[in-house]
Write a protein that binds this ligand. Structure first.
Ligand code: HAM
Length: 492
């Protein structure tokens, strides 16, 4: 059971006071360290995103973390929560008004304009990955510094692009083993949206008293946002509100129907969600989000995106450059991997430890380490330790497969001891042959184990030796619940 909230708050206060008294400096509220032991999750997410970038031809772009505040005011929108309340903004020594980027789409569009990319084959496709900053109330799934990866394709209006981007974001989650649903909507072009907004205001004005405080402000400033309020009262009112899809003009409707058609053909699990309006002003037509399968209200969307056909123009681009993109929240994805206990590969795990005993051996070991680094070995060492036992303990802790040991005797004989950490067997190898020996042993240790099927007298065995997959398949096929054989041993 969780501790009472009051007690927890008290504890936090005491800890803070303690820290203050000791003058300890900690991270800024809402920002955190990602420690080495957590990196395997982050690396898995980075890999999944990076692979998608290569698979679909998105070139990496790294834009500055600081931009002129005006970029986000014009791009994301002055009336949005992000620009109004959440930006880390300051005037620098030169008098420039700068902000830490709260997102990267505006920066991507700025880069597209600034580097004259209109003259390149369209669309220009960007991939990015990095920290974003929003001064929000920190809570689970909401940090002030958080990480996103994203894909932006600028200079193309074809709905196949929207569908492919939706697929890309979905795949990056799916490949990690995270189940999600795609929420999708169209908020039309500025023309049809204007008509819709008027209808929406008409509907809500009559019910203004029933709205939450925030929504009363939204009614005046940003009526579309009334639709994604999470307050119960506002959600009830929403049920009878006019729906944007009924107000789309012919072109917008055609575009949306095509996107949905492609998603159908791709067999993607989408949900038409007429309330998905998103919190950034640059969107037009398609909007979408990815919700974890167990997040029915989208309180912690794993990612989102949409079309932004007007943005390049809004930022001063000379010509129209219709565009579409998405960004995924890496902190939330990592949290989901942990919550679901999804296995990810160890990151930076070592396979071979190089240990030494004695000054001369230390020098030999250091040189050997450098030589092995030129090969494709994942190495570890503790040359600053003199005690062999302490080194072997560390090697054990790191779960390496082999430890190379050099002592006085080995130095004299020009040899190295190879210790198999699992079996505990040690063998002497010539220093000149150690690289090849190690390669052979590592390769062997990486080979998958395959079960051998032992004959069951009542059921004849097939002639060929079964592989593990065959064995499992055959078990599933066997309706009578009888096994074809039993696993007796694993093939070396
Ligand atoms: P966004 O919906 O504001 O869209 O952010 C995308 C994702 O970033 C969210 O779904 C969420 O997972 C994560 N995220 C946002 N704020 C936080 C936070 N405070 N803490 C943790 N995670 C957060 C955009 O940023 C658009 N630029 C997406 C886009 C790209 N549209 C077109 N292209």
């Amino acid at each position: 059971m969780s501790r009472p909230k009051k007690l927890k708050l008290e504890e936090e206060k005491t800890e803070k006071r303690g820290r203050k008294a000791r003058k300890e400096i900690s991270t800024v509220t809402g920002m955190r360290d990602i420690l080495p032991q957590d990196q395997k999750y982050w690396e898995a997410v980075r890999r999944s995103a990076g692979k998608a970038a290569v698979d679909y031809g998105y070139g990496r772009v790294d834009t500055p973390i600081l931009e002129f505040s005006e970029l986000f005011a014009r791009g994301v929108g002055r009336q949005t929560d992000i620009v109004e309340k959440e930006m880390f903004t300051f005037i620098d020594q030169g008098g420039d008004n700068l902000s830490l980027r709260p997102e990267a789409t505006a920066s991507a569009a700025r880069a597209y304009i600034q580097h004259g990319m209109l003259n390149q084959p369209q669309p220009v496709k960007f991939f990015y990955l990095g920290p974003m900053f929003r001064h929000e109330k920190p809570q689970a799934g909401r940090q002030r510094q958080f990480w996103q990866y994203g894909f932006e394709a600028i200079g193309e209006i074809n709905p196949a692009l929207d569908a492919q981007l939706i697929l890309i974001g979905f795949n990056t989650l799916n490949n990690l083993g995270i189940e999600s649903s795609i929420q999708i909507n169209s908020i039309g072009c500025p023309d049809c949206r204007e008509i819709y907004k008027k209808e929406l205001i008409k509907y809500y004005k009559a019910k203004a008293k029933l709205l939450c405080e925030n929504c009363r402000v939204r009614l005046v400033k940003n009526p579309l946002r009334l639709l994604d309020c999470k307050e119960e009262g506002c959600k009830n009112l929403r049920d009878n509100a006019p729906q944007i899809l009924d107000f789309l003009d012919e072109e917008c409707k055609k575009h949306f129907m095509k996107v949905v058609e492609y998603l159908d053909d791709l067999d993607l699990p989408y949900v038409l969600n007429p309330y998905l309006v998103r919190g950034l002003d640059y969107y037009s037509r398609t909007t979408f989000e990815y919700w974890a399968i167990d997040d029915s209200e989208g309180k912690n969307a794993l990612g989102g995106g949409g079309r932004y056909d007007e943005l390049v123009k809004m930022l001063g681009g000379r010509e129209d450059a219709p565009a579409c993109g998405l960004a995924m929240g890496m902190d939330r994805i990592v949290a989901k991997l942990r919550e679901k206990e999804i296995e990810v590969p160890e990151y930076g795990a070592s396979e071979v430890f190089v240990a030494q005993l004695g000054e001369a051996a230390k020098k030999k070991a250091m040189a050997l380490y450098e030589k092995l680094l030129q090969g494709d070995f994942k190495l570890a060492q503790a040359f600053y330790k003199d005690n062999l036992k302490a080194q072997l303990e560390l090697a054990n802790k790191l779960k390496v497969k082999f430890t190379l040991i050099i002592g006085q005797k080995e130095v004299g004989e020009g040899t190295v001891l190879i210790r198999d950490m699992e079996g505990g067997i040690q063998e002497v190898v010539d220093m000149g042959k150690v690289e090849n020996e190690l390669k052979k042993r590592l390769e062997k240790s990486r080979q998958p184990v395959v079960p051998i099927i032992v004959e069951n007298p009542e059921i004849p065995l097939p002639k060929k030796r079964l592989k593990k997959e065959d064995f499992i398949d055959s078990l599933e096929e066997d309706e009578g619940g009888e096994k074809l054989g039993q696993i007796d041993a694993f093939e070396e």
